[in-house]
Design a protein around this ligand. Sequence first.
Ligand SMILES: CC(=O)Nc1cnc2ccccc2c1
Length: 446
Amino acid sequence: AELDDTRAGRSGSLASPPSQLDVTQKIDVNPPKGTRDFPPEEMRLRNWLFQNFREVSQLYGFEEVDFPVLESEALFIRKAGEEIRDQLYCFEDRGNRRVALRPELTPSLARLVIQKGKSVALPLKWFAIGQCWRYERMTRGRRREHYQWNMDIIGVPNVTAEAELISSIVTFFKRIGITASDVGFKVSSRKVLQEVLRRYSIPENLFGRVCVIIDKLEKIPIEDIKKELRNAELSEEAVEELLQILSVKSLTKLEEKLGASVEALADLKQLFLLAEKYGYSEWIQFDASIVRGLAYYTGIVFEGFDREGKLRAICGGGRYDRLLSTFGGDDIPACGFGFGDAVIIELLKERGLLPEVSPQVENIVCSLDQDLQGAASLVAARLRDKGQSVDLVLESKPLKWVFKRAAKINAQRLILVGMSEWQKGMVGVKILSSGEQYEIKVDDLE
Ligand SMILES: CC(=O)Nc1cnc2ccccc2c1
């Protein structure tokens, strides 16, 4: 039978039958839409960022936890009209289970706390760094994944917990060179909103939904906000009063409006007092319009913003005292924040604060002679046994090539295995920064 001419053509003869690895069509080498690869340079920057996340978390005595990126869809099904719900990356798996790629980490953390139940002593201070997903119509060309750093305090009802969390983020900013003139935190409490809704006898179950609508202030026209609030059964008067209260920018004004008894005021006053003690008062400001877009927040909410107003929120968080009970757990108070890996890098770029993260290797080892490749492996092994990093040249290459590679990988030392030295049990060493050159016994290498 006439063989497939491309095969005959390619191999030039009637070669053995094509293996399954034959390239039938060129694959797309780019990652899926909205996702990123992390080649070495990008990966070094990401590792630098995550290292700072980890070191701050440990500085605050938090323990690292992790969860599957795939969760039951039910964990994220909330009926408050959140954007995160519209963009859920969900599907039915081969076992006909409804599952989703997590859009955030907090529900998984709540699930694990309930699973652990009485076996863990409260308070818990846990942190996680995990990839989160959303499925957006690519029309908006936005990313479909990002990494989030989360820190959560479970089991502490008072605002000392929120004060501690904000302190940890301030510490993180300072470590990477961001100051209070670059960014700030807008702080409010959803208890303000709760109080207004109570005064207009708006049913409790609408609370999350109203918050999600309010979070769209400055993102959609005010008329649309009012329309959505009316749809949520708020009276004209309630809508006006609500928007009035949300424009308040000082605690004293808020007190005038709401009266001193309101619990929200006590929380906020205490938070600002604690901020004074921590020494981060200049980083925070009260802003009643801050509600955050997640339905489960119940108390203090905060978000990190860039003072130039060019970027989206850098991070955000707050208290979510009801989440665990909505999952069937006990009524355990909780608060936490999420910090994405995208906006902060944009901010660092803007401020010229991106770190120099070049590759580092202590040694590059090469044999100068065909027969000394084994000797080079032995030298590499000796160095590695002593904890020295080695890039071993694996094929015989001209010295020019070796010098070029040494510069590219930022090697500190070049170790040359040459016949005459080797016969004396020696190798040549060249310190690449100074050019200093000497011979040394292999055993004396360290
Ligand atoms: C600025 C950015 O990349 N935001 C982003 C990117 N991907 C996400 C994925 C899930 C949830 C939130 C996300 C947010």
